[in-house]
Design a protein around this ligand. Structure first.
Ligand SMILES: [Zn+2]
Length: 271
């Protein structure tokens, strides 16, 4: 009787986990028994720790010490958006000017833009990083900001980080090393979980203002005012109707005049 009831209990636990996974944006097929065991191990490691500080800043300078040159990182998120939610004019400009950039993508955006994603991930100009599977703000206690949906617990944080890392690795052959949460808000515990999963949580230093519907001139001013060696600029590339390309056409020549180079996050990180 005993082995049978143990088996039954295991089946029930797995069934419940799969049932709860089924509601997760159509990604139930990621919740394999292997993944659920992996996730449980990580949850067990962290479950007694407090969430800690909830904020959008990681307070870590990315400056490349002693390099003797000025580098700035242009980073672009693809949150969710409609199929075709892709700012081609922006990417074309980066390519024409040979400006390396870091692209943070969600699993949802990848699935709605498969061909574009494949093309971008093959271009050595671009570094593909992790913006979460479903574009959830990562909080181990369900805290949120700006009304964005957040993860409710450790399991949710791990799903958001790990499942999209696996997805990106499967499609590109490279596992992401940086993670940026929706809205860039996270708690300390989520940052530790990311580290355990082999990723570093990245926020930003310069808010371009594109998501606040600033116009090209204002976005350019925001970038120029915040520019300093090691700074991470946050923008988006999933809204073709937003004026990032026009803004960069204003800001980039001025940044170059001031002696800045552009670098992907993986090129001037402290790791
Ligand atoms: Zn986002």
């Amino acid at each position: 009787m005993r082995p049978l009831s143990l088996k039954l209990a295991a089946a029930l636990v797995l069934g419940a986990a799969l049932a709860s996974a089924a509601g997760k944006g159509g990604y139930a097929f990621y919740y394999t028994p292997e993944y659920l065991r992996f996730r449980k191990r990580i949850v067990d490691e962290f479950k007694k720790m407090p969430p800690g500080r909830f904020s959008e800043f990681t307070h870590r300078s990315r400056a490349d010490k002693g390099a003797g040159h000025k580098v700035i990182a242009l980073t672009f998120d693809a949150c969710t958006g409609k199929p075709g939610g892709y700012n081609k004019a922006l990417i074309d400009y980066l390519r024409a000017e040979k400006i390396p950039a870091t692209l943070f993508v969600t699993g949802v955006w990848i699935d709605r833009n498969r061909e574009t994603f494949a093309e971008l991930s093959k271009d050595p100009l671009f570094e593909i990083e992790n913006h979460g599977l479903l574009h959830r703000l990562c909080s181990t206690s369900g805290r949120t900001m700006y009304g964005v949906r957040s993860t409710m617990d450790l399991s949710g944080v791990i799903d958001e980080m790990e499942l999209n890392a696996r997805k990106i690795q499967q499609l590109t052959g490279r596992r992401p090393v940086f993670f940026r949460s929706a809205t860039a808000y996270t708690d300390d515990l989520s940052r530790k979980v990311a580290e355990r999963l082999g990723m570093e949580v990245v926020s930003y230093d310069v808010l371009s203002g594109d998501a606040m519907k600033d116009d090209a001139a204002k976005i350019s001013r925001n970038i120029l005012e915040g520019a300093r060696h090691g700074a991470v600029v946050i923008m988006h590339f999933n809204h073709p109707e937003w004026p990032e390309a026009a803004a960069l056409k204003l800001a980039v020549p001025e940044l170059r005049k001031r002696g800045f180079n552009f670098g992907r996050l993986d090129s001037f990180t402290l790791r």
